[in-house]
Design a protein around this ligand. Structure first.
Ligand code: ADP
Ligand code: MG
Length: 274
């Protein structure tokens, strides 16, 4: 497989969209696997109490498992909860367990409640001999404190958009929220990447939505579209990304291509000075 250029500094992308079912988890997991397959060291942080990313990557996330909950609420070092995914040599996952469901409320009374993931991640990456090239944070479909923690920990936002009629609805709210975070909590944050998912080229509607999104966000939308594909939706039940489940399927090839695009584009320039 192709060797991609690797970033010099760890790129942290939060995969976010307040809508559920638009392909956030599928995108986080499969882009991570696609980059790992092409030679990158990649971490997925599962920040959704549903734990779908943990399931899809085949890592343990029973209630007793050390998880992102312990990091955010109990100050456990991230290094103590990272698991290696069974798929590729350099693909790792911080699992989410059912305990995370209570974290939104527990966070409210904690100090630095918006910064807890960022602090843990910064410390972990600083202590690594070979830091990750990419970190993907899989967000829940809401704008609570968990998602805010993801926005504060990341420099890039990746928005998956499903090619359907209501695609652009709610997006302006998401962008407004990201702007607020940028202004008050994380000046480095930028929407770097938009990925069109569950695309069905046979429908005019999907084509039109794709074109609309490209018109609105010419710099962010990747050329690659992710087609609707049964293989993509089957893979999680085998605890696998579609990349391992069926490497040559259309879904796998499109995620590999999207990952290559992200790698070739590199990290965005940020307005804030470092
Ligand atoms: P979110 O994390 O935004 O809630 P998911 O990634 O869980 O969304 O996707 C929602 C559902 O759509 C899942 O059942 C998933 O398997 C399915 N799905 C996602 N992407 C595709 C695709 N490209 N083709 C077919 N099914 C998909
Ligand atoms: Mg999800």
């Amino acid at each position: 497989s192709e060797r991609l250029p690797q970033p010099e500094k760890t790129r942290v992308l939060t995969v976010s969209n307040q809508k559920g079912g638009v392909g956030k988890t599928t995108t986080a997991v499969n882009l991570a696997a696609a980059l790992a397959r092409q030679g990158a060291r990649v971490l997925v942080i599962d920040l959704d109490p549903q734990g779908n990313a943990s399931t899809a990557l085949g890592v343990e996330h029973r209630a007793e498992t050390r998880s992102v909950y312990d990091v955010i609420i109990n100050d456990m070092p991230l290094a103590d909860v990272v698991q290696k995914s069974p798929e590729f040599g350099a693909l790792f996952c911080v699992p989410a367990t059912i305990h995370l469901a209570g974290a939104e409320i527990e966070l409210v009374s904690l100090v630095a409640r918006e910064q807890r993931l960022r602090r843990a991640l910064d410390l972990h990456v600083r202590e690594m001999t070979d830091p990750y090239h990419y970190v993907f944070i899989d967000c829940p479909p809401s704008l609570g404190l968990l998602t805010i923690n993801a926005f504060v920990a990341a420099r890039e936002v990746l928005i998956p958009i499903q090619c359907e009629y209501y695609a652009l609805e709610g997006l302006s709210q998401l962008l407004k929220n990201i702007e607020l975070i940028e202004k008050h909590l994380n000046p480095d944050l930028a929407v770097s990447t938009i990925l069109l998912t569950m695309y069905d080229s046979r429908t005019n509607l999907a084509n039109q939505v794709a074109q609309d999104v490209r018109d609105h966000f010419p710099d962010q939308v990747l050329d690659t579209l992710i087609p609707r594909s049964v293989r993509v939706s089957e893979a999680p039940s085998y605890g696998q990304s579609v990349i391992s489940y069926d490497l040559n399927s259309a879904g796998s090839l499109s995620y590999l291509e999207a990952a290559a695009e992200i790698a070739r584009r590199g990290a965005p320039e940020t307005g804030a000075q470092q």
